[in-house]
Design a protein around this ligand. Structure first.
Ligand SMILES: [Zn+2]
Length: 473
């Protein structure tokens, strides 16, 4: 074949391919419009979330509910007529809260009951509880200066509030989460008998917020029980300490860590029509904390991700690459599911080009954050006008999602759905993370927005990545 003929055949092939993926000649604007319309008029995400939240409930790793959620979502994915649906085995930690916690502080003979909850991974108090004087600190870093003479035998109360002036509440949360995660291990080094951490909530209320904590490499014998206290009670306790620094605090917890148990990531796939060996994934985490029903964290991300594959199919979009929905197990207290998925992908030499996670609540979507090269980001930013009619055109460079993080390499584009974050930490990890706090329209807008990005990445992704490489070289 001469050069001219080769060129003509190439153009014909490219035109054919472009036509075949353009969904009956529709423009990108029209395809997005159809995806949003389908999600808002005929979405499945809210119905799935209702079942996950109200029929199953909280889904802590290793619990019966977590396994029910695995079976339920697998069954629902099987109804979608995908090319493949399977379970990926993963061993997960099993921590159980036990009886509801009890706590009070005593001032001049009066018992003031307070709302606490054990932090995930904490040991229990002795059977008759832990009672001691309290030393309040603003951050765990202050412990070093106080030293053993001021801390030994006491309960350390870390009273650090989320900064209200930060518009991105994830930033405020990130600034304080180390207190919850590492506070107990640090306090134990100076002989504390327990830690009480102010809940990482943006609101003043009576809900204690749990979350993971770690003793690091602290020997078992030195470990101390660690709890979160509601923001209202943190203020009360702090006020009382100003009047009586010798007051005593009592708390009782019966949580327990068991051996790891078998669980699963749930995966569904639409196999790519042109590049079946290139993978794009969309996901959220199936596990949740046990206090609420995990509707926002991360039931919302799970059902939105499931609906992405359904909406692609409903919209007649035949993806060029293989699109997977991955429902990760154990994001909250171990990230085992995310690690396992990346490990298996590496072993099988699967080329992942894109991963999108929804794990910031089911609130009104604002846009996405991307973890990728600057060149790649500027190309993605060119799609912003397509999202403008939906007021979802906030694109930023930054983090993506915890579960997809282990897939990171130089070539993959990682992204996170960014919903409005103002109310997320009112509910996060607390008993009020429940279904009635998720708005149907907001949830469905998120599912459509994710579908739109997956569609665009599939349509233009390889071209974009190839061009990026050429510029890099
Ligand atoms: Zn989450």
């Amino acid at each position: 074949m001469n050069k001219y003929l080769k060129l003509v055949s190439k153009i014909v092939l490219i035109t054919f391919l472009m036509f075949s993926i353009s969904v009956k000649g529709q423009s990108d604007e029209e395809i997005l419009k159809s995806v949003y319309t389908k999600s808002l008029t005929n979405g499945k995400s809210y119905e799935w979330l209702d079942y996950l939240s109200n029929t199953i409930g909280g889904r802590l790793s290793g619990s019966t509910n977590a396994e029910l959620a695995v079976q339920y979502t697998k069954k629902e994915l099987e109804k979608l007529d995908l090319d493949k649906v399977w379970l990926q085995p993963v061993m997960v930690p099993k921590w159980v809260r036990g009886e509801k916690e009890m706590a009070y502080f005593e001032t001049s003979g009066i018992l003031n009951k307070v709302n606490i909850c054990a932090l995930g991974g904490s040991i229990a108090t002795p059977e008759k509880g832990t009672k001691a004087q309290v030393i309040e600190v603003a951050t765990y870093k202050a412990l070093e200066a106080l030293g053993e003479e001021n801390i030994k035998g006491k309960i350390v109360f870390i009273n650090r509030a989320l900064q209200p002036e930060l518009i991105n509440t994830f930033q405020a949360y990130g600034g304080c989460s180390v207190e919850r995660y590492a506070g107990a291990a640090e306090a134990a080094k100076y002989g504390a008998v327990g830690t009480i951490v102010r809940s990482l909530s943006s609101r003043q209320d009576d809900y204690p917020h749990t979350g993971s904590m770690s003793y690091g490499d602290l020997p078992v014998a030195q470990r101390i029980p660690s709890a979160a206290i509601s923001t209202n009670d943190a203020v009360k306790l702090s006020e009382a300490l100003k009047k009586d620094k010798n007051l005593e605090f009592y708390f009782e917890m019966s949580c327990q860590q068991f051996d790891d148990v078998q669980s699963y990531n749930v995966i569904g796939e639409i196999t790519g029509s042109e590049f079946p060996n290139e993978y794009m994934i969309v996901g959220g985490h199936l596990d949740s904390w046990d206090l609420g029903d995990g509707a926002h964290d991360d039931g919302a991300g799970v059902v939105q991700s499931m609906d992405v594959l359904r909406l692609l199919k409903e919209s007649g979009i035949t993806p060029k690459r293989s699109i997977r929905v991955v429902l990760f197990m154990n994001e909250e207290n171990g990230l085992r599911g995310g690690r396992k998925y990346a490990e298996v992908a590496k072993t099988k030499n699967e080329k992942h080009v894109f991963a999108l996670e929804s794990d910031a609540g089911g609130f009104t979507p604002r846009g996405f954050s991307f973890d990728c090269s600057d060149i790649m980001f500027s190309k993605i930013e060119a799609w912003k006008p397509l999202f403008k009619p939906y007021l979802i055109h906030y694109f930023e460079k930054g983090g993506s999602g915890a579960d997809i993080g282990p897939l990171k390499n130089d070539d993959i584009v990682l992204a996170g759905l960014r919903p409005d974050s103002q109310r997320y930490f009112d509910h996060h990890h607390a008993a009020n993370d429940t279904f009635e706090h998720v708005n149907k329209r907001e949830l469905e807008l998120g599912a459509a927005t994710m579908t739109a990005l997956v569609f665009l990445m599939d349509k233009y992704g390889t071209e974009t990545i190839t061009n990026t490489k050429e510029i890099k070289d």
